[in-house]
Write a protein that binds this ligand. Structure first.
Ligand code: ARG
Length: 384
């Protein structure tokens, strides 16, 4: 059935198929969140009054409007609850751009670009989230289909090989199918357009202006040939496809960023065999014997690649963490959470860095099991 008029008391979106129509907010989820807000902070309005307001708004609209204070608190707790993030020591510093009035894909695209500019600040990266319109029974919120605001295209060759980022081949084919002109010749670092879906379910493409995409050209402190490989990476990792749930309200478009950790780029994006797979080439240039894995050529090439990443970001004055320092900070975060009487969920396989794990203190212990029902939270990405 396609909805017209009202359902359970609140208006529903006309023309939106049932499976895409957002459900009404669960009042129990709202109440649980508000109790947490009042337990951890001191809003002016008494809790009893706020609960009454929220219940009546849910009855009328199937959704309620967070106060600015609740929104900021909710986004920061969602970060604090992110079991895969090693960078949570600074959860209280998250900058919130409250753009909940924006629904239209063109506005969402423009302010996603605004997000990149506000977060980049010439390289002094600031952890930032932009919150667009929430889901409501009367109107689904917008969705950003890209997994990050900045990603490089993956161009599949007829022989099966890929130019660019292999993890983006499917997405790249999709936007090309929608009319995005693939650059000619296809490059290894072509910034993808934003693909944004509006309340009516229609998706549109928007280019990200080059001057909003801060990048670092990679070079090595000792090997001049490294710069000639022509490698680069973007400065800001801004996840854009994880819905944010706060007190039962879902914000499907809420892109957020921190700053990069050296190993994310050097030991994963550029090194994974199913990503840029650069270790064989780097090993060759280093003159390593790649005939046997027992020469440790992969390990040695990886170290030099991560060194190049860190060196280049530092030289350009772009914020970047290293896995040693960040691991220590994470343990400090754990101590602070414990002192506050809270459990800190953490996923060992995500927290331990992908190189030199045993040389970081996060390796040598276990963590509280993540609870999938913990809220506020960033939810599993929507399927593209
Ligand atoms: N690992 C992802 C990437 O390499 C980024 C994930 C978020 N990272 C961060 N430092 N906040 O693009």
């Amino acid at each position: 059935m396609t909805g017209h008029g009202r359902s359970g008391g609140h208006p529903v979106a006309p023309g939106v198929p049932d499976e895409r129509r957002p459900k009404a907010v669960d009042p129990a989820a709202a109440e649980e969140f508000l109790r947490q807000v009042y337990a951890e902070t001191e809003p002016e309005l008494p809790l009893r009054d706020r609960l009454r307001q929220v219940r009546s708004e849910i009855d009328r609209r199937g959704v309620y409007t967070h106060t600015a204070h609740e929104l900021v608190f909710g986004t920061r707790i969602a970060w604090r609850n992110s079991a895969r993030c090693i960078g949570r020591l600074y959860w209280q510093s998250l900058q919130v751009r409250d753009l909940r009035h924006l629904h239209d894909p063109a506005d969402v695209a423009q302010e996603s670009v605004g997000h990149l500019r506000a977060a980049t600040r010439g390289g002094r990266i600031r952890s930032t989230i932009t919150v667009f319109a929430p889901d409501a029974p009367a109107r689904p919120g917008p969705r950003i289909r890209n997994d990050q605001l900045v990603r490089y295209a993956g161009h599949r060759n007829p022989d099966g090989s890929v130019v660019g980022d292999p993890s983006q081949v499917e997405f790249t084919d999709r936007v090309v199918g929608m009319g995005w002109p693939r650059s000619q010749p296809p490059g290894r670092f072509d910034v993808l357009p934003l693909l944004i879906t509006g309340a009516d379910g229609r998706s549109r493409l928007f280019d990200v202006p080059p001057d909003a995409v801060h990048e670092v050209r990679l070079r090595h402190p000792e090997h001049p040939w490294f710069a000639r490989l022509g490698l680069r990476w973007h400065s800001v990792p801004a996840i854009s496809n994880m819905p944010l749930e706060i007190g039962g309200v879902v914000y499907p478009a809420a892109p957020f960023n921190g700053w990069y950790l050296d190993t994310e780029i050097g030991a994963r994006n550029l090194a994974d065999p199913d990503r840029y797979d650069l270790l064989p080439e780097i090993a060759k240039r280093l003159g390593l014997d790649t005939r046997s894995v027992r020469t440790m050529w992969k390990d040695r090439a990886m170290v030099e690649l991560v060194r190049a990443v860190t060196y280049s970001f530092d030289a350009d004055g772009v914020t970047m963490a290293d896995h040693h320092t960040e691991s220590e900070r994470f343990l400090r975060h754990l101590e602070k959470e414990e002192a506050a009487g809270r459990s800190c969920p953490a996923d060992w396989s995500w927290i331990v860095p992908p190189m030199s794990g045993s040389q970081t203190p996060v390796f040598h212990r276990y963590y509280d099991e993540p609870d999938p029902d913990l809220r506020p939270a960033f939810l599993e990405p929507h399927r593209i």
